[in-house]
Design a protein around this ligand. Structure first.
Ligand code: CA
Length: 256
């Protein structure tokens, strides 16, 4: 790996970074996620591109805000690294324009001394920020955290991670380690509803309404029975659940 040590570039990779990178890499499955880098400083942009490609990402660069927005509409990236200082427009403006069309996670880069502008960055819709100069380990950790967060809560994803399980809502299966079990239609629908509202309680009435809808016979008992079925597939011990939680007097909550 190339080590760079420019004034406003990132610093060289130290032992801690290497450790962080290796540890995170072991965890992540690389399915060629795309990252767009909007940065006018050539050395920085190319350095980041090299680094992300080495880590198994597909990276593209844009030198101006306008170019970045064009790149975005050509091919939707999974994450955007956006520099605050660009020649044609500010990172805030770019951020606001991106937010009008996409929820893509944005990591904003600011230079030292611009720290007070972070609030503006968040207001413009940035998800995280990093102050230059930064270490490559930190950058990678932030990017990966953003990618993980967005894939976890994106409702259109077929594969959803809940604790050690991987739920495939398209193929009606749940996998833990090497063990794969099938799920029924109602189990998947119930799971999808809880997942869409992850970390918030969903009432039994709402579950009945949205999952069973106009069906004639379901009762609150039906919901409870299906919760038990789901727990048996997702929880390590369904009698002391850690992911599908009962909110007494209200309903249930999924904690992925
Ligand atoms: Ca810049």
């Amino acid at each position: 790996m190339k080590e760079r040590n420019s004034q406003n570039g990132y610093v060289s990779i130290d032992a801690v970074d290497r450790h962080v990178i290796r540890r995170i890499s072991d965890f992540e499955s690389k399915e060629m996620q795309r990252i767009l880098i909007i940065e006018d400083e050539k050395e920085m942009a190319l350095g980041l591109k090299d680094l992300l490609e080495l880590e198994g990402y597909e990276a593209t660069t844009a030198e101006t805000g306008k170019e970045g927005l064009q790149a975005l509409s050509r091919k939707a990236p999974d994450c955007i690294i956006l520099d605050l200082m660009l020649p044609d427009m500010s990172g805030y403006q770019v951020c606001e324009q991106i937010r009008q069309k996409a929820d893509t996670p944005i990591l904003m880069l600011t230079a030292k001394g611009q720290d007070h502008d972070k609030i503006l960055g968040f207001k413009a819709g940035a998800d995280d920020y990093l102050t230059k100069p930064f270490s490559v380990g930190e950058l990678l950790a932030r990017v990966m955290a953003l990618l993980r967060r967005s894939s976890q809560f994106a409702p259109d994803k077929d594969l959803i991670r809940v604790g050690p399980n991987l739920v495939d809502v398209k193929h009606f299966t749940v996998r833990r380690g090497k063990k794969e079990r099938s799920m029924s239609y109602y189990e998947v629908e119930l799971f999808k509803l809880l997942y869409a509202r992850a970390n918030q309680p969903v009432t039994r009435d709402e579950i009945l309404d949205k999952v069973w809808g106009t069906e004639k016979y379901p009762t609150n008992r039906t919901v409870d029975n299906f919760i038990v079925k789901l727990r048996k597939k997702i929880e390590e011990d369904y009698r002391s659940p850690r992911h599908i939680l009962t909110i007494y007097g209200v309903g249930y909550k999924l904690s992925p």
